[in-house]
Design a protein around this ligand. Structure first.
Ligand code: NAD
Length: 272
């Protein structure tokens, strides 16, 4: 049995569509998936970041196509999935990673802010799921073998004052994931989510900027120490830590895994 252990974690022959591929967790996932043998199609609103991801994948001998995609626009997400079908003929893995922080107290939330948060962090994931199922479902009813992976957050595990909108969009992603895991199970499509703990990316600095837009280094260092202190391991995560979790869920090693919310968070949310 052990002989094919690592083979099961490879993605040879698979095509993976990844939103948020220009930066952080999405970029690391694109690189890791390509290194594991997948052909990767990355979407994002950051063209320069997308080009950089594509260059890094190709420098390492991988195959990567990129396309501008605003996940709040359904036709953009459909276009991204269609590009994968046109270029590579299939979609086996869909990673709905694009998202951002929405800080603010619940009592101050405006309708516009609420809609903006839901459009990106929830509807963007919904569109990705729906378009992936369209592409993954086989015409003849044979099990698809597809894997959809959504990105939630450690912020679902405990109320955290000041990021209520963010947390509620991410909590909704978990229910979307679990419900869809049941509905899409009949097509042989697995649906999981990851709920990352503090992972050092451009996202990490969302509340640590000076008035001129530069990073407040002192506040940043204090934030990192605070995040480390929340983990029983005394560390923060890197994008690759989330990418490894994504790789397992994308691979055939996880063929019996669906409807789960998987946490690479250094144990943070146990002691938060
Ligand atoms: N970094 C963390 O600590 C952490 C923790 C929990 C959850 N997350 C989640 O992980 C995901 C990735 O975050 P990250 O840390 O890699 O941040 P990041 O800022 O490095 O990457 C987010 C990417 O999403 C893209 N994006 C933003 N709006 C978009 C849109 N409308 N359409 C398409 N792309 C868009 C950005 O351009 C960026 O490339 C997010 O959903 C975030 O909420 C991150």
């Amino acid at each position: 049995m052990a002989h094919d252990m690592l083979d099961k974690m490879r993605l040879d022959g698979k095509v993976a569509v990844i939103t948020g591929a220009a930066s952080g967790i999405g970029a690391a996932t694109a690189e890791l998936f390509a290194a594991a043998g997948a052909r990767v199609v990355g979407g994002d609103i950051n063209d320069d970041g997308l080009a950089a991801t594509k260059a890094r994948v190709e420098d390492q001998g991988g195959e990567c196509a990129v396309r501008r995609c605003n996940v709040t626009v359904r036709s953009d997400v459909a276009g991204l999935v269609d590009a994968a079908l046109e270029q590579f003929g299939q979609v086996d893995v869909m990673c709905n990673i694009a998202g951002t922080m929405f800080p603010g107290r619940i009592e101050d939330l405006t309708d516009e802010e609420f809609d903006t948060g839901v459009d990106l962090n929830l509807k963007g994931v919904l569109y990705g799921c729906q378009e992936a199922i369209r592409a993954m479902r086989s015409g003849d009813g044979t099990p698809s073998g597809g894997s959809i992976i959504n990105v939630s957050s450690g912020a679902i595990d405990r109320p955290y004052p000041g990021i209520g909108l963010y947390a509620l969009t991410k909590a909704a992603v978990t229910m979307l994931t679990m419900t869809l895991a049941i509905e899409a199970g009949e097509y042989g499509i697995r649906v999981n989510a990851i709920a990352p703990g503090a992972t050092i990316t451009p996202f990490t600095t969302w509340r640590l900027h000076n008035a001129d837009g530069s990073i407040d280094q002192e506040a940043y260092d204090a934030f990192i120490e605070e995040m480390k202190g929340m983990s029983p391991l005394g560390i923060t995560g890197d994008p690759i830590d989330q990418a490894y979790m994504m790789l397992y869920l994308a691979s055939d090693a996880a063929r019996y895994v669906t409807g789960g919310i998987h946490r690479a968070n250094g144990g943070q949310t146990m002691v938060w």
